[in-house]
Write a protein that binds this ligand. Structure first.
Ligand code: ZN
Ligand code: ZN
Length: 368
């Protein structure tokens, strides 16, 4: 499916006009990729009401012509930093007396450098911080092209989980499990992992972010696997917790409490529902089980070109979910010195509920 970057830029222009800005400088790389398709590590996009120009450097000449396919988006190979070149170009455009920039992704040092590249008379007033992020707001709602890719990405994650299950056994090191997942991901065509793979076994599973260590997997105990791949720029994210040997009653109860909380969270997802209400749906199950204290993070997050993006699914979050958002639902309980359990799915918000993108089983798997 061909991505319609001009449609995205058109939507952005309407927001720009509403904000009263004749120009926009985009320097956050995932935003650049979203708007023009370029995936290189040096890029800036300059947008006015009439034209769009992507700036990169000489290392990316070939890649830029391959990836930026719309004839309406100009590509310029800059001899200075891409953002500086884009800023100078914007300031030279007729009728462009000001340009917005995203203060969330521009450091003070970067802004100073950009201003120094402008003619003296423009330095003070040309750049205007956007009152609210424009591209990020567009990226919140995934279009059909993105949803196709994200479904594929999530299914690749599920395949990896199926692949790793028969390999997991006591004595194997956590890093060996992570390495196998990552190796297989590359063979499947993933561009990379979307974050450092978490393999946390035994008492280490009580760490919500237990990156794989050299610790061997125990004979008895949980193994939490939290991983994701990058497919066509988009991240997948899923967590499953499996058990080596027979779980104790306490482990089983904790597992099924998290399972129920996770399903309650997914069931609460729907267009128009506040993020806080989704969080509460999951959290209330764990509270009822006396595990409220053990659930020490928020219920989920948006995912897309970045592994963590808006919206945040956390306590008291007022923002309402909208159809087309892709979020994770990932409650967990962590009992220090004992064990932890987390279960995470990626879901698309629909008008009437949620479409689960990671259908891998959530039943408690016992491995021997
Ligand atoms: Zn995750
Ligand atoms: Zn996550």
């Amino acid at each position: 499916m061909r991505v319609d970057h001009l449609r995205r830029i058109g939507a952005l222009r309407r927001k720009l006009t509403r904000a009263g800005l004749p120009g926009l400088l985009v320097t956050h790389l995932p935003d650049v990729r979203y708007l023009c398709g370029f995936s290189g590590s040096s890029a800036a996009l300059a947008i006015t009401r009439r034209s769009v120009r992507m700036f990169t450097d000489g290392r990316y000449t070939t890649q830029a012509t391959e990836e930026v396919q719309s004839p309406r988006i100009d590509v310029e190979i800059a001899t200075t930093a891409a953002a500086t070149a884009a800023a100078q170009w914007l300031a030279a455009q007729p009728g462009v007396g000001a340009a917005g920039f995203d203060p969330n992704h521009t450091s003070v040092a970067e802004l100073t450098r950009l201003k120094e590249g402008l003619p003296a008379r423009l330095r003070k007033s040309f750049f205007t911080p956007l009152p609210a992020p424009l591209v990020e707001t567009l990226r919140l709602i995934k279009d059909d092209e993105e949803l196709v890719i994200m479904r594929q990405a999530a299914l690749m994650g599920c395949k990896l989980f199926d692949h790793i299950l028969p390999i997991i056994r006591p004595g194997l090191k956590e890093v060996e499990v992570a390495a196998e997942l990552e190796y297989k991901a590359r063979l499947m065509g993933a561009e990379g992992m979307s974050f450092e793979t978490i393999v946390a076994s035994g008492s280490r599973s009580a760490m919500p972010h237990g990156n794989a260590s050299t610790q061997p997997l125990p004979r008895q105990g949980f193994v939490t696997l939290d991983f994701g791949i990058i497919h066509k720029g988009y991240c997948s994210d899923m967590t499953r917790t499996v058990h080596l040997g027979t779980p104790t009653a306490r482990e089983r109860n904790a597992y099924y409490a998290v399972f129920e909380a996770q399903e309650a969270g997914v069931a609460a997802v729907s267009s128009g529902v506040s993020s806080g209400d989704v969080d509460e749906a999951a959290r209330s199950v764990l509270r009822r089980e006396g595990l409220a204290e053990a659930f020490s993070h928020s219920t989920g997050h948006g995912v897309g070109l970045e592994i963590h993006e808006a919206p945040r699914i956390g306590a008291k979050q007022k923002a309402r979910l909208q159809a087309g958002m892709v979020v994770t639902i990932e409650p967990g309980v962590y009992l220090p010195g004992e064990f932890g359990v987390r279960i995470e799915d990626m879901v698309t918000v629909t008008r009437t509920g949620a479409e689960i993108l990671t259908p891998a089983t959530k039943a408690l798997i016992e491995l021997y």
